[in-house]
Design a protein around this ligand. Structure first.
Ligand code: AMP
Ligand code: GLY
Length: 418
């Protein structure tokens, strides 16, 4: 049997890598894929992850494909899972309606408020003038979020009124994120530490995976601009079993139930971005998919068969399974192009050296030509290692990072330190 994976980043490489362990899968296709994925799957770079019709045609013309896994936010929000399902094909991921928990912050905040799921206090504005009026007397710092998808860049933390007005102007009047900024959420600034929890959800059962922690800023010490994520580790060192159980009772299960009450069956992975403080745990954001780079730290620790978990999710049988984890600490260090998340060059050759056998190098922005790999994006690689302790995993990961080089390579040297 064959599987098609949609996407072409480090997350998709980690998904393909885990699927590959299932011996019944004879072939994996990946649309569009990347240099590293092309070593374990047949990539289709001509088709974009957002070209729904071309993807449907591809599935129709490859009858051995038994499932399509839709990993990125855009095709989910566009309704790729709906389209494939309507045409009689199996697809893993939420429908367009369910993916709104990520694609519309106005919707997700409304849902949390209606069902008493703990989150920051907020207001919604569709008019820049009214937003600015509100910001005159608001408390600072304050957080301004574009409603729609914005490549992870639609959130601005404003320390004073001047920054807040500038953010409103950029998002609502200069249309920096296009239609995604037609509405904004203005919300209370929360303090504490962040934890990510990914959970399989089939609409009847929600199964949280072990925790992870992302590093969003570009530079050491959480300085610099927000990025898609510069590294992750799993599990979190701070979020304990008791907090996890409480989060399950107050956040994870109520979220699935809330969606059901609205007539939405969520089948796929829900990503809970949580802020943990002395006052409790609150939801910062939902994503309707696996996180990147959290997946590259979490999936290598998972002992269950990923393809089976995808099937159980689609068939609403997650109650039949328990997740099993390697009792190890993992870490993923992202290697990026110099300049990322702003402008950067592509096309530099990557040299790998002698990478340890138990170290996995996930590719994100790479392309393979004549047997050589070249940089092809902002985040280029993710180096994942495991150890008995976080310190051991870190030491291994950075030892292997030192063996890899390309022009202007940039990485954070403090992944897993905080
Ligand atoms: P989001 O895309 O909503 O997760 O926001 C991106 C990042 O902005 C989060 O991971 C947090 O670091 C930060 N953030 C978002 N909302 C808040 C908030 N209400 N208070 C403090 N930080 C926030
Ligand atoms: N690592 C954050 C995300 O995937 O959105």
């Amino acid at each position: 049997m064959e599987v098609l994976v949609i996407g072409g980043g480090g997350r998709e490489h980690a998904i393909c890598y885990s699927l590959k362990k299932n011996k019944d899968i004879s072939k994996i296709y990946c649309i569009p894929g990347n240099g590293g994925i092309s070593d374990i799957a047949e990539c289709v770079p001509e088709i974009k992850a957002t070209d729904l019709d071309a993807i449907l045609q591809f599935v129709k013309s490859h009858p051995d494909i038994s499932m399509t896994v839709v990993a990125p936010d855009d095709p989910l929000a566009l309704g790729l899972v709906d389209l494939l399902t309507e045409n009689g094909f199996r697809a893993f991921g939420p429908t367009k309606d369910a993916a709104r928990i990520e694609a519309s912050k106005v919707f997700s905040k409304w849902l949390m408020k209606k069902y008493n799921i703990p989150t920051a206090e907020y207001e919604v504005f569709d008019d820049a003038k009214k937003a600015k009026e509100y910001l005159k007397t608001a408390e600072y710092p304050i957080v301004i979020k574009a409603d729609g998808l914005a490549l992870g860049k639609g959130v601005v933390i404003c320390k004073d009124k001047k920054e807040a007005i500038a953010a409103v102007n950029e998002i609502m009047l200069d249309h920096k994120f296009g239609k995604s900024g037609n509405q904004i959420v203005v919300e209370e600034f929360l303090t504490g530490y962040e934890v990510s929890v990914l959970a399989f959800c089939d609409g009847k059962t929600i199964l949280p995976m072990e925790t992870s922690q992302d590093h969003k800023r570009a530079l050491d010490g959480d300085k610099g601009l927000n990025t898609g994520g510069m590294g992750a580790f799993s599990p979190s060192q701070r979020f304990c079993e008791i907090q996890m159980q409480k989060a399950y009772d107050e956040i994870f299960l109520p979220t699935m139930n809330a969606l059901n009450s609205e007539g939405i069956t969520f089948k796929g992975v829900i990503y809970f971005g949580l802020m943990v403080s002395d006052k409790g745990v609150k939801v910062l954001e939902y994503n309707a998919r696996f996180g990147d780079p959290e997946t590259q730290a979490v999936l290598p620790r998972l002992e269950n068969d990923l393809y089976e978990l995808f099937n159980l999710t689609i068939d609403q049988k997650l109650n039949q399974v328990k997740l099993k984890w390697k009792d190890k600490q993992s870490i993923c260090v992202v290697l990026a192009s110099g300049g990322y998340p702003e402008s950067y060059e592509k096309g530099y050759e990557i040299s790998f050296g002698d990478i340890d056998e138990d170290c996995i190098v996930f590719h994100a922005g790479t392309v393979k030509k004549d047997g050589k790999y070249y940089t092809n994006g902002g985040r280029v690689l993710g180096v994942t290692c495991m150890g008995k302790t976080l310190a051991e995993a870190r030491e291994k990961a950075y030892r292997n990072v030192e063996k890899i080089s390309f022009k202007d390579m940039h990485f954070r040297s403090d992944i897993g330190v905080k």
